[in-house]
Design a protein around this ligand. Structure first.
Ligand SMILES: CC(C)(COP(=O)(O)OP(=O)(O)OC[C@H]1O[C@@H](n2cnc3c(N)ncnc32)[C@H](O)[C@@H]1OP(=O)(O)O)[C@@H](O)C(=O)NCCC(=O)NCCS
Length: 197
């Protein structure tokens, strides 16, 4: 499937208010920002870096969504509302990921090279979540609204809060899931030990 088909399907799957492709094209800032990113990323990768940045800033002005032209974004990503969304230069967003308004895929200012998060297939990043540093958000993980995430999130868990902690483990038990459960138990026993503060 091509970019447009996957983009329309992602909107229809995730937004109950979406009706037909032409309406989505006219009214979804997310789909416009993702399409514009295809162009700015092409320019960036073909040594027209300044032009790529200017192109991305122009679309930021129109959509309120800032995607650095260097970011790698697969087809089939869903951006809802989008205003205030910032995606940094070395971020990776895989197909099926869902990003809401106010989300930051940003750097901490302490890393060099790969500085921004990688969001794996199907992960949900809720409104105003701040994901900072070269961390991995595992497949189908859910990050709660306004969470601040500075560490890797395993596959298929829910994290919430500041700093984000695992509160749900979804799906069948796997070694990765076991690790997530252990981390959660360690967190719970630490707080029990501290008298439940
Ligand atoms: C995290 C989220 C995706 C739910 O994931 P889930 O796996 O279904 O998790 P649950 O709803 O079972 O919540 C798990 C626990 O975290 C708590 N929780 C959920 N979201 C939270 C948040 N953003 N901050 C703090 N705690 C939160 C729940 O109260 C629950 O606590 P409990 O275990 O004490 O009952 C959802 O709560 C969320 O944040 N959605 C926002 C989506 C969004 O951005 N919408 C904007 C549309 S415009």
């Amino acid at each position: 499937m091509g970019f447009w088909q996957e983009a329309f399907e992602a909107v229809k799957e995730n937004d109950p208010a979406a009706r037909y492709n032409f309406e989505i094209l006219l009214t979804s800032p997310g789909i416009k920002a993702l399409a514009a990113h295809k162009v700015s990323h092409f320019l960036w990768c073909h040594h027209f870096k300044l032009l790529g940045r200017m192109h991305s800033q122009f679309w930021r002005f129109l959509t309120q969504i800032e995607i650095h032209p260097g970011a790698v974004i697969e087809n089939g990503v869903f951006i809802d509302h989008g205003s205030g969304l910032v995606i940094g230069e070395t971020a990776v967003v895989e197909t099926g990921a869902k990003l809401y308004h106010g989300v930051t895929l940003g750097g901490t200012g302490k890393d060099t090279g790969k500085r921004h998060p990688s969001v794996r297939r199907g992960a949900l990043i809720s409104a105003h979540a701040q994901l900072l540093g070269p961390i991995e958000i595992g497949e189908n993980a859910r990050v709660g609204a306004s969470a601040v995430v500075t560490k890797d999130v395993p596959t298929a868990v829910t994290v919430v809060g500041v700093p984000a902690k695992i509160v749900r483990v979804h799906g069948p038990v796997t070694p990765e899931r076991d690790r997530a459960k252990l981390e959660r138990e360690r967190h719970v026993s630490f707080y029990d030990h501290m008298g439940g503060i």
